[in-house]
Ligand binder design. Structure first.
Ligand code: GDP
Ligand code: MN
Length: 368
């Protein structure tokens, strides 16, 4: 789960990482009322990177200018995401931009510090252009990350004196935050040098979804949609995409291959839902309800390979609430004959071959 910049910065402040004074606003008319020193920076709170280049970061010198710019950003789209909130901060006088992050390195199975004196820009680009400008340090989880490690890194970045010590403090605080908050990524880009002080001008925090149960005081996850949350409540795994064919299958592997088949025949999945093994009639009914609630669904593809899941249970759910969109069904496995009988009685046909069914689903979505 990714946090908004303002949410990440609230955590930063609690861990002693210096951030600018700021206020979150949702309406442009509230902007001139904020009690901040001008100039201010208006920052679109959307969960995408590169907001600056996309016009989501704007400097304003007066309350009038701030209000006018806020009106333009709020409600607009930044890289496909609608802006609902702005973080307004006191503009920092930046002298130099550094990069500092702790990221989970899955291969090394530990958090790794990544730092560079070439911050502000896309770090992947720095890595490509001048890899020697990036300092990396894997952190042994048993030993932890200590001030002497941080000072070593600071030296490699060319820092000295008081700045070196303060950098080490920021790095240690960020490490502590990353560990305690189960972060997959805790990133400050830029970590800016402003009048002899460090300031976390941007903040990115991605929390491991598996750690949700022990990170209950974190804000609500805004990346999951309402339907995804509803599915989770029912213990169904559901993911939204942006095509027009709704997909239901049983078992993660089958669902993935179903998506591939649909794509192979030129269709675009609107979403997919895995009813799991041993899906009951009730679970299947809920599954149908959820995938079909998504706006813009033109066709439904149900791909069931009965094992523990029984075809008759699945068929009963489909027959009792026939889908309101054209539907292609593939049904094989346990109690297949019974399942087919139930469907036939309701005037519904089912394929045995998954590819034929996939091709049909794609044709149905095209109005065929
Ligand atoms: P991002 O584009 O989504 O990464 O958003 P950032 O918060 O990192 O802002 C992008 C860039 O805008 C930064 O790298 C800075 O160069 C600039 N910027 C953001 N806030 C300030 C500020 O308070 N003062 C100054 N001088 N520049 C800023
Ligand atoms: Mn940034």
């Amino acid at each position: 789960m990714r946090l908004h910049e303002y949410q990440a910065k609230e955590l930063f402040a609690r861990y002693g990482i210096p951030v600018q004074r700021g206020v979150v606003v949702e309406r442009a008319e509230d902007v001139p009322r904020v009690d901040l020193r001008y100039p201010v920076v208006l920052k679109a709170q959307v969960l995408v990177g590169g907001r600056g280049k996309a016009g989501g970061i704007q400097l304003a010198h007066t309350p009038e200018e701030a209000r006018e710019k806020a009106t333009r950003i709020l409600g607009s789209q930044i890289r496909g995401e609608r802006v609902r909130r702005l973080l307004v901060v006191e503009a920092a006088a930046i002298e130099r931009e550094y990069y500092l992050a702790f990221v989970v390195d899955r291969t090394a199975r530990c958090l790794t510090l990544v730092a560079s004196a070439e911050g502000g820009v896309d770090i992947e680009e720095v890595a490509r252009r001048s890899p020697e400008r990036i300092v990396k340090l894997p952190v042994d989880p048993a030993l932890g990350f200590h001030p002497f490690h941080a000072r070593g890194v600071a030296r490699r970045l060319g820092l000295a004196g008081a700045l070196l010590g303060q950098f080490a403090e920021v790095a240690c605080a960020l490490y502590r935050l990353a560990c305690e908050r189960d972060a997959e990524l805790a990133e400050i880009n830029p970590l800016a040098l402003c009048q002899g002080r460090w300031l976390a001008v941007d903040a990115k925090l991605v929390v491991d979804d598996n750690a949700r149960p022990r990170q209950q005081d974190l804000p609500a996850d805004e990346e999951t949609t309402e339907l995804e949350r509803l599915a989770r409540e029912y213990d169904l795994s559901y993911v939204e995409l942006d095509g027009d064919i709704a997909i239901i299958g049983n078992g993660a592997g089958l669902v993935m291959s179903t998506l591939d088949m649909v794509a192979h025949f030129g269709g675009r999945p609107a979403n997919f839902l895995d009813v799991g093994g041993g899906a009951s009639t009730e679970a299947m009914r809920r599954a149908l309800d959820i995938v079909l609630r998504k706006p813009g669904v033109q066709a439904l593809f149900i791909n069931i390979f009965g094992g523990i899941t029984r075809c008759d249970d699945v068929a009963r759910a489909i027959a009792s609430s026939p889908p309101p969109v054209p539907t292609s069904i593939r049904l094989t496995g346990t109690n297949e004959e019974e399942g087919r009988r139930i469907l036939e009685a309701a005037g519904i046909f089912a394929f045995t071959d998954p590819e034929e069914a996939a091709r049909r689903a794609v044709a149905l979505a095209r109005g065929g």
